[in-house]
Design a protein around this ligand. Structure first.
Ligand code: GZL
Length: 319
């Protein structure tokens, strides 16, 4: 039996036992919330880039706020302002065009939110963002032209399907391609028009060109991305022409569908653009938030693929 002096102590102990004292574990590191302002879904590569980014964020436990701007810079700018309002920890921006970002990037910087530019570039001062993850568009153009020069012994009349006007990808791929064909007096671009990086755009532009140009003079089609090339191939074949044999094709992205068209003998080569830019972008953000120094440019690279390995590449990319 409890003596009279021990009873109050027992009561206190009993009362304490009734309250489960939850000592808060050390607060779990709160997951990062990152805003992703994406261009849109204009091409198969862009869709693959989006899907890879969403998957990478999920794998890292990142709370990703995703905005698809449907190719509108105005919508992208609104998304960046919304991310500021929501107090995100960081932002990744895939800019649709190069210019017009100074004001909103200054707002992001003044809000103390680190931003990484991914893929296409901006003309804004690099002090307004912490890094850029991208391929080298000029090199992609050079690689495409070097392959064509080799295939044609430096003699070819070329039709160019340009990407989105004002985008650094279209401008720099054109610069790189022209750098190389300038070395060959008998290689020249006889017609160039933008198909806006879309399959429908490539189809429509090619249909228009076939009405105005003598296609018997055309040696090759150079498209700034595979989607426009696939659309152009459809138009050429519908007109009874033979892309991949009578008319060589070279484009960029290395999407699975271009390898299918190569397997059918209707396309010849593509320069790969990696859709896996999220991991280096998230790494840069995490390093920055940890107070580490990060490079101003984090490159991704790709190779040139031809019909010779199309079946293998198609299988590898569609499994
Ligand atoms: C280039 C990228 C381009 C792709 C197209 O890095 O911005 O945009 O080549 C996409 O497929 O539309």
């Amino acid at each position: 039996m409890l003596t009279p002096t021990l009873r109050p102590l027992a009561l206190v102990l009993l009362l304490c036992a009734c309250f489960v004292f939850v000592i808060p574990a050390a607060a779990q590191d709160d997951p990062l919330t990152i805003g992703f302002a994406q261009v849109g879904s204009e091409s198969a590569w862009r869709i693959a880039f989006t899907e890879a980014t969403l998957a990478e964020a999920e794998a890292r436990g990142i709370n990703l706020l995703f905005s698809d701007a449907d190719n509108s810079q105005e919508t992208q700018i609104a998304a960046l302002r919304s991310f500021i309002e929501q107090g995100v920890d960081a932002i990744i921006l895939a800019p649709v065009v190069e210019t017009g970002w100074d004001t909103v990037l200054t707002e992001v910087r003044d809000a103390g939110i680190p931003l990484v530019v991914v893929d296409r570039n901006v003309t804004s001062d690099p002090s307004l963002y912490i890094s850029r993850v991208s391929s080298d568009f000029v090199q992609e153009g050079r690689l495409a032209a070097a392959w064509l020069a080799q295939q044609t012994s430096g003699e070819c009349s070329i039709i160019e399907l340009e990407g989105t006007v004002g985008s650094s990808a279209a401008r720099d791929r054109q610069i790189g391609f022209n750098d190389v064909i300038a070395l060959f007096p008998n290689m020249d671009i006889i017609f160039s028009q933008s198909g806006d990086f879309t399959r429908e755009g490539g189809r429509e532009v090619m249909e228009g060109i076939m009405l105005s140009e003598d296609m018997s003079d055309v040696c090759a089609i150079w498209a700034h991305n595979d989607d426009m090339m696939i659309g152009a191939v459809e138009s050429l074949k519908a007109a009874g022409l033979n892309p991949g044999t009578d008319i060589l094709t070279i484009s960029v992205d290395a999407i699975p569908d271009i390898f299918g068209v190569m397997m059918a003998g209707d396309a010849n080569a593509t320069v790969e653009l990696s859709p896996y830019m999220a991991a280096p972008a998230f790494d840069a953000i995490e390093s920055y938030l940890a107070g580490e120094t990060i490079p101003a440019w984090i490159p991704v690279s790709g190779s040139l693929y031809t019909q010779a390995t199309a079946a293998e590449e198609y299988a590898n990319r569609t499994r």
